[in-house]
Write a protein that binds this ligand. Structure first.
Ligand SMILES: NC(=O)c1ccc[n+]([C@@H]2O[C@H](COP(=O)([O-])OP(=O)(O)OC[C@H]3O[C@@H](n4cnc5c(N)ncnc54)[C@H](OP(=O)(O)O)[C@@H]3O)[C@@H](O)[C@H]2O)c1
Length: 361
């Protein structure tokens, strides 16, 4: 240990926490030299991302200036949007985009106390310095029995997506039939349960029998494995012979071509995602939808959840209340270790997760 310190600067002693203690003129002060790890994208993904497309990099963070705070990521989110947005927003060598629940470990900003938790959007990084701008702080009264990872899950962005995307765009009425795909995932599992809270009949599809069992456990009226049914058309007809009033779309592509034909008159379609198309190198083409839209008088609207950013606190309040009342069940697929983040991301894209996929540092 002492030998190691001698390799650094004279008068500095390296301790086990990676802090460097500086002794000057008989006084002792501690300068934090924190190492931050980040995952960068080596090159743009072709098809499904591969482990070799990511690189782990390390850098030393400087001491804090006045107004700044040092945070450590506690839970990081892996989400489908990272795949299409990597193409639109990133260049090779950039840190992967994404959000996390982070804890303040040092603060030179009176507005942010050490030990408080915030949802931040600084990418796949273990430690970072910030002035706190743009933080969504976890409520002080965060329920003790709930993991803080829910702030990037059922009581965070995916929760807001389900809440606003269903209620504002589909506007489901009691007794109506709601279809949701990717139904066992972070967003879909909440969409189905919120539709049940609103008194609807809910049909969901997902990619494994275990997921189908899960959907039945959390109250879906009908659920099927879209990978093993003989015909998607028949499965949708069996689940709701009278058709669908609302369709919460997460998948797109061929699935949508079939589902759109089974909408009822004046049906509403909330286009949340199109995950079946995200890994395409060549844009897919499909049947043209205008005739279904016309003769069934359908309304289809795409959305980005950030449209309702000003109303996130309202949604979070409802989501936490429903969770506390047992009306909204959540499930998390936790990958342990920051070093496993690329594998966790790829696993989510290939359907390993039930509920929200998160990384625990
Ligand atoms: N508009 C917005 O603001 C917004 C915000 C958040 C999320 N989204 C969208 O919502 C959708 C769900 O996101 P999420 O975070 O809840 O992810 P998720 O459902 O938790 O995870 C992704 C799931 O996608 C399914 N999947 C993967 N490839 C597929 C394919 N080719 N066909 C059908 N399903 C496939 C897999 O489940 P299976 O085993 O069932 O295949 C996988 O578990 C995504 O399309 C995402 O882009 C949109």
């Amino acid at each position: 240990m002492l030998a190691a310190s001698l390799l650094y600067l004279p008068g500095m002693v390296l301790d086990l926490l990676g802090l460097v203690t500086c002794r000057t003129m008989g006084e002792s002060s501690t300068i934090k030299m924190v190492k931050s790890k980040s995952w960068t994208m080596v090159k743009h993904f072709e098809g499904l991302p591969k482990l070799e497309d990511f690189k782990l990099e390390e850098k030393e963070l400087p001491p804090l200036k006045d107004g700044e705070l040092l945070l450590e990521s506690v839970f990081l989110s892996v989400d489908p949007y990272m795949r299409p947005y990597s193409k639109r927003m990133m260049k090779p060598g950039d840190v992967m985009i994404g959000s996390q629940v982070a804890r303040v470990v040092e603060s030179k900003n009176p507005a942010f106390e050490v030990g408080t938790y915030h949802v931040t959007n600084v990418g796949w990084t273990t430690h970072f310095i910030s002035d706190g701008a743009g933080f969504q702080s976890l409520p002080k009264e965060w329920p003790e029995n709930l993991p803080r990872s829910l702030a990037v899950g059922a009581a965070g962005m995916p929760g807001y997506t389900a809440y606003f995307g269903l209620l504002e765009i589909c506007n489901p009425k009691e007794g109506e039939v709601v279809l949701v795909n990717c139904a066992a995932g972070a967003v879909g599992s909440l969409v189905g349960q919120i539709a049940k809270i609103k008194g609807c009949k809910v049909v969901g599809s997902a990619g494994s029998d275990d997921k189908v069992t899960y959907l039945k456990e959390i109250g879906f009226d009908e659920a099927f494995n879209y990978k093993t049914v003989n015909s998607l058309e028949e499965a949708l007809k069996n689940a709701s012979p009278e058709g669908y009033d609302c369709y919460f779309e997460n998948v797109g592509g061929n699935y949508a071509d079939v589902a759109l034909q089974q909408m009822k008159q004046f049906g509403r379609i909330s286009v949340c995602g199109a995950i079946s198309l995200y890994n395409d190198s060549v844009p897919a083409t499909g049947p043209y939808i205008q005739t279904y839209m016309l003769f069934k008088q359908l309304r289809m609207e795409g959305f980005l959840v950030t449209r309702w950013m000003q109303r996130y606190p309202e949604a979070q309040k409802h989501l936490l209340k429903w969770i506390a009342e047992g009306k909204l069940k959540y499930h998390e697929h936790v990958t342990n270790g920051f070093e496993n983040m690329p594998a966790g991301f790829i696993g989510m894209l290939t359907g390993e997760n039930i509920g929200k996929a998160v990384i625990k540092v």
